[in-house]
Structures are given as C-alpha cells and as structure tokens.
Design a protein around this ligand. Structure first.
Ligand code: COA
Length: 254
C-alpha cells in the first residue's frame, strides 16, 4: 500500500500518512506525493478543502533520518521544500488531525494549517538542535510569534516536547479529542467548510495571511539554506548515525 493515501469525497481531499512501521516519518518520495497532491488540489475545483491526517497512535515522526543521510534535500526545488511552499501558499482551507508523536516537520507543518485537531495523546516536538540542525517551515518566525519568545526557546533550543493541552493553550491546536475521534472530527469540520462558498473561504484566508506571506516565504528560504548546509556538517552526521545505531549522540567534539 502507498505511504500516502489520497481520498477525495464531498469536496474534501484527505491525505493520510501511512507508514506506520516507521512511525509515519517522511521520505522524499512521500514529500513529493504530498506536494503533487496539494498542487493538484489548488487547481482542482472539486477539491475545496484539504485534510492531512495520520494514525490515532502517531501523526508523524518527522523526516526519515535514513533519508537525511542518504538523500539530503538538494535546493529549494527538492520535494520537502515544494511541500512546505505548497502548504504555506495553499489558498483553500487546510486542516490537520494529529495524534501521538508529531516530531519536527510533524509539528511545523501544523503552523500552516488553518484548523488543527489533536488527540489527547499528541506530543509535539521540534528537536532540530538535538539533531545538529536548525528550524524549518518558517518555524523560527512563527513559533516565537505563537508561543512568545521564551516558550519558543524551550521548544526550539531545548527541543522539549509539549503535550496536547499545552498546544491548545498556545493556539497551535483548536481542540483536543480522544485519539479515536480526532480524524473523524477533523473530517466533519472539513465537510462543514466544503459546504461554504469557496470564493469567500479563499478571500478570507488570503486577507488573514497576506500581512505575513512574504516574510514566511523568505524565512523558509533562509532556514532552508542553513538547514541544507547543516545536514552534512559533523553535528548532524553524529546525530543521525547515533539514531541509526540506537545510541545517544556525542556532541563533545562538534
Ligand atoms: N526516521 C527513520 N526511522 C524512524 C523515525 C525517523 N524519523 N522515527 C522512527 N523510526 C523508526 C525507528 O527507528 C524504529 O525502527 P526499528 O523498528 O527498525 O527499530 C521504528 O520506526 C519504530 O520507532 P520507535 O522509536 O521504536 O517507536 P516509539 O513509539 O518508541 O517512538 C518516536 C516514536 C516518534 C517518538 C521515535 O521513533 C522518535 O523519536 N523518532 C525520531 C524522531 C526524529 O528525531 N525525527 C526527525 C525530526 S527532524
């Protein structure tokens, strides 16, 4: 079965991360599938709302670390950056349902969703520093805005996870539900939106986002340049190798 399931019904295009044996970590092929589906949805009049969801036990364990080692993203046209630009500029409503771990891009992609529903088992984390990396998805701009600088520093410098209730408090998620209900609830909300006039939805979203759109895209470019450089530097190599060898990384020499 495919690692990304695509299902269109009643104006809602649902993209399901489906790589449970690797905790829905994302490979470059998966980013490419997501980016292509989002680009198609933008032009497809029958897709009025897009919903991204995972499984009730895990939303997404971030980038596949083996892929980081073997196929690091090369430049702004690589699948991961196409996906990030796609969600940051998607003109129609974008909804997510996240249960269980949401690591790295599993959390930062939510910053670009209009509505986010979480299972009460959700654990959000952005451990880029712990991997010898830096933030992506404009999270270095959007997380301080959302959490305030000091809580953002805990999340981005220490890489500490925060749970669903804390995410609700800071406004990263709209509602916390039992994990078995999160995808269904998000889907019901998506259907509600799909029944509304699309032109009004698109215009309202455009007006809400326009003040920051350029800054978000520029931040993604700046982050992407640093991220690309850091991916092949000694700290990240040590972090990825340690992960593959199931040991703690030793950053004493980097
Ligand atoms: N890349 C590659 N493989 C991954 C992965 C990732 N990001 N996340 C999990 N996996 C693999 C594990 O190595 C493990 O493989 P194995 O069965 O061969 O040992 C399998 O998926 C199951 O993961 P496991 O860690 O045993 O599950 P868990 O329920 O105990 O923990 C997580 C789940 C998500 C908390 C944990 O897997 C994790 O922290 N993953 C890494 C997250 C990360 O650092 N991502 C990069 C962010 S930029």
């Amino acid at each position: 079965m495919s690692d990304i399931l695509v299902h269109a019904e009643g104006g809602v295009l649902t993209l399901t991360l489906n790589r449970l044996e690797r905790k829905n970590s994302l490979t470059s092929d998966m980013y490419a599938s997501l980016a292509d589906a989002i680009a198609r949805a933008q032009d497809d009049a029958s897709a009025r709302v897009v919903l991204i969801q995972g499984h009730e036990t895990v939303f997404c364990a971030g980038n596949d670390i083996g892929d980081f080692l073997n196929k690091p993203p090369a430049g702004q046209d690589s699948p991961v950056f196409r996906f990030l630009r796609g969600i940051a500029t998607f003109p129609k409503p974008l909804i997510a349902a996240a249960c269980g771990p949401a690591v790295g891009i599993g959390t930062t992609m939510l910053l670009h969703c209009d509505l986010v529903y979480a299972g009460d088992n959700a654990a959000f984390s952005m451990p880029f520093v712990n991997l010898g990396l830096c933030p992506e998805a404009a999270s270095s701009l959007l997380v301080p805005q959302m959490l305030g600088y000091h809580r953002a520093a805990e999340a981005l410098l220490l890489g500490e996870p925060f749970m669903a209730e804390a995410a609700l408090e800071v406004g990263l998620v709209n509602r916390v539900l039992p994990p078995t209900e999160a995808n269904g609830y998000a889907s019901a909300q998506a259907k509600k939106l799909a029944a509304k006039p699309l032109s009004s939805l698109v215009e309202t979203k455009r007006l809400m986002k326009k003040g920051q759109q350029q800054a978000v895209l520029q931040q993604m470019i700046d982050e992407g340049e640093s991220f690309g450089r850091m991916l092949t530097a000694p700290a990240a190599k040590e972090a990825f190798t340690a992960f593959m060898e199931k040991r703690r990384p030793d950053f004493s020499k980097v």
